[in-house]
Design a protein around this ligand. Sequence first.
Ligand code: BTN
Length: 253
Amino acid sequence: MTEGSGLVCPAGYAAVYLDAVGSTNAEAFERGRQGAASGLWVVARRQTEGRGRRGRVWTSEPGNLYASLMLRDPMVEARLGELPLVVALAVHDAVAAALPPFARADLAIKWPNDVLYAGAKLCGILIEAAVAPEGRVVVIGIGVNCTHHPDVTLYNATDLAAAGYPTEPEALFALLSAAMARRLAEWQAGDFASIREAWLGRARGVGEAITVRLPTREIAGIFSGLDRDGRLLLRHDGGLEAISAGDVFFGRS
Ligand code: BTN
């Protein structure tokens, strides 16, 4: 594993750029365990054990962006559930900045934190946390499809080059690290209201029929917004249900 940066990130943050690593999330945790300061980005050209949500594999060949940000105690525990929405906004901001203005309308967030282009998944986010003796360590892992995407996934997928906007991972990282610093500062300085409003303004499917796949069942209903904690509100025959985790599909399955 060779290490070097040459990556651009804002003041108060640092970045390491690795040729290959198992998982940037795992590496960020390991560096946190070894005492790295909060605000460390671990970025890799390739991952050999990239991890996705719910134990899925995240295919990680060179050409895409694989980045993880390690933070120490970014927020009081009661508000940590808001973080996925903050991160989705930051990724949306970064990708929007990489696109020409006319293409930005095709970009949307799918609850809680997938970023879609023309309805297809462009980016995945995996947030993991561990409690260490000196406090909670949170790792925000982000994969953005710049030049390729997997053919077989739970959802349709795409990449920036296929969409007509080839973007180098390093250039996207500069936009992402800046957007993340701005959104984290906004979140940490205020309450959830401004994040929630901005998120809703970029979300796909609000007021429309969706299906949420939970580990043991699927529920269909109308996506009726977010509650105060960022949980998805689903209106169905049984009333209004707040959902904290699940895979969202548009329409009724
Ligand atoms: C998802 O399943 O949608 C989340 C995918 C998250 C992938 C990123 S790539 C960088 C970081 N390192 C990992 O091993 N996973 C995340």
